[in-house]
Structures are given as C-alpha cells and as structure tokens.
Design a protein around this ligand. Structure first.
Ligand code: ZN
Length: 331
C-alpha cells in the first residue's frame, strides 16, 4: 500500500488507450467533497518498457504542456510496444494559473519530492508520482522551460547521480533525443527534485529547458517532440524513422559559480545574449537605481567562464535574483 489519497479510474495494466484523471482530494468552501482532477493518459500494448512523460511541473512552462496534450490526442496505442504514461499538466492548479508554484499551497512540485500523502495538494501529487508512477516506469522525461522569470537556450538535460551505471544509461537516452545541445547538471543530488526522486528508484530520467519568459517557443515545442520520439524509439516503445543529430553538444552546469545573482534591488541592464561565450570576470550587466539617478549603476560580473544559457526576463530585480547562468563544455 502506498498510502496515497489520490484515486483514479485509470488501470495502468489495461491494454489500449485510456484518458482520465488523477483525483487529488481538495475540500474547500466551494466544494466540500471536491477534488483536483489532474489529466493523465495511458497507452498500453503488449509488453515492453514504460515511458513516463511529464509537463506542467511548473505551471508557467508551456512547450511541454502543448506537446504532451497533442500526444494524448494523436497517439495511437497500436504504435506502442510497451506503455506510455502522459501527464501534460501535472501540477494542474499551477498550470491553469500560469504560475511556477501552485496557487493553492505555494508548492513548487520540483522541490516537493518525495512528497507527503497527507500533505498539501502539491505534496500529495509528488508522493503519488514517487510511490505509484516511478516504480512502474523505466524512463521519465520531465519537460521544463525558464517560466516567467528566465529565458533559456533550448536543450535536453540530465542530472549526474552517484550511480555511474545509471549515468551511462541516462546519457545514452539523452543522446537518443537528437538535440543540438544538452546539459548535464553536475551539482550533485538535488534533494526535492523529480529527477533526484526518479534516480533513487533507478528510473532513467531526462529533463530540459525548452524556452521561457512566460511565452511559447515554437523551436522549443519542436525539440520536445523530437526528444519524445527519440526517447520512445530508444526505449523500444515505438518504431520511428529517426534522424539523430550528428553530434549533440554536451555542456555541464556545476556549482553556484555558474549562476549570477543580483547584488542589490533595482533595474537590471543585461550586457550579454543567450549563446554568448564569456570569460570569468566579464560584465554580465549592471543594476540601475532609477529612484536616485546620480548614483552610478552597480556592475555585475560572471564568476566563471562559459556560455550563457539562461537570462532573466523581467527587468526589475531583488537582491539574490538569478540574472543569468552559464554552462561549460567539459575539458
Ligand atoms: Zn521548470
């Protein structure tokens, strides 16, 4: 028994295509015996690997939500050998509000793992994924973007774990996605993240950033769709005519020195563009104080060398906001 309070009519072992909901009990004034109905689809045909696709872990990251909703409508179970589980808007309250965190509990689903069966709605959803879905999955791809606060150069990603065999198998899955660029997060296990929880269960877990700024990137949607097809093919779940990218460029993102933080509250003027190569000590931008225009702007510098893969979108900053982050090619 998993102890989850979430219930569903979906039978994960039934053959064919099912589209339904995970019901998260949520008793409020408007609805005494109410539930949050999180959409889910399961396609099952014969035996084979199980691939879990998730989007909307953060509600303001849209490329994966669009691509996975389309997959739910279009995918024919006869194409599948094995099982595909699709959650296009997994933190549904956040997805409907277009916010990173849930408006119900302030919960960030990608910091909530392993979750709590008796906790807030976000904690209950994390717990269900960890206790019910990860144990029946061989592969997971969790699609993100920069959301409202960051713009990203689109890439597929993985997190390096302490399990070298799992790392190698995850790298093979990542290369199968056929992305031009990929990022390996090397800053150790990130407690609370979905990929951390998946790795603990031996699931080969991919992620990635497919756009940002609170918008919808067409290039990002195309990369999500290419990555989905590539992973399904790699898992042996679908046969597909693949045209893998001739050489995915692999970057890594390491410790805190890869991230640039605003030193003071103000108006941030960036000096770099996404994809630009910079050196340690180069200017990232400067913070202006428009309430005191005679005060000189405060310079903000990069502490490491690399390529700019993320930039803050909104102009106003508070002290401690991330205004950019880097990735480096190994070696
Ligand atoms: Zn995200």
């Amino acid at each position: 028994m998993t102890g989850t309070q979430i219930f569903t009519d979906i039978d994960y072992d039934r053959q064919g295509k099912q589209v339904g909901w995970l019901y998260v009990p949520h008793s409020v004034t408007r609805s005494a015996y109410g539930n949050i109905a999180v959409p889910i689809a399961v396609l099952n045909n014969g035996s084979g690997a199980t691939v879990l696709f998730m989007a909307g872990v953060h509600g303001d990251e849209y490329e994966g939500q669009i691509a996975l909703s389309r997959l739910v409508r279009d995918m024919d179970p006869s194409r599948v050998q094995g099982r595909v589980i699709i959650l296009p808007a997994v933190n549904l309250p956040a997805a409907l509000a277009g916010t990173r965190v849930s408006p119900l509990d302030g919960g960030n689903l990608n910091r909530a793992f392993p979750g709590d069966p008796d906790g807030s709605p976000t904690q209950k959803i994390a717990h269900y994924i960890d206790q019910v879905l990860f144990p029946i999955s061989n592969f997971c791809h969790d699609f993100h973007s920069g959301g409202g606060s960051l713009d990203y150069l689109p890439f597929v990603s993985m997190r390096r774990t302490e399990d070298t065999d799992l790392n190698e198998r995850t790298m093979r899955a990542l290369l199968a996605c056929g992305a031009e660029q990929a990022v390996v997060w090397t800053d150790g296990p990130a407690r609370g993240f979905a990929n951390w929880a998946a790795a603990r269960r031996g699931v080969i877990c991919l992620g990635g950033e497919f756009g940002g700024g609170g918008g919808v990137s067409r290039q990002g949607i195309a990369l999500v769709e290419r990555a989905m097809e590539g992973l399904l093919h790699h898992a042996g779940v679908v046969e597909t005519e693949l045209h893998p990218h001739p050489g995915t460029r692999i970057w890594h993102v390491g410790d805190r020195s890869f991230y640039v933080l605003a030193p003071e509250a103000g108006l941030f003027e960036p000096f770099t563009e996404l994809g630009e190569t910079i050196g340690a000590g180069d200017l990232c931008g400067q913070v202006h104080f428009v309430d005191n225009p005679v005060r000189a702007p405060e310079p903000v510098v990069f502490r490491a060398a690399g390529t700019v893969v993320a930039k803050r979108r909104p102009g106003r900053v508070e002290r401690g906001d991330c205004v950019a982050h880097l990735a480096q090619e190994p070696g």
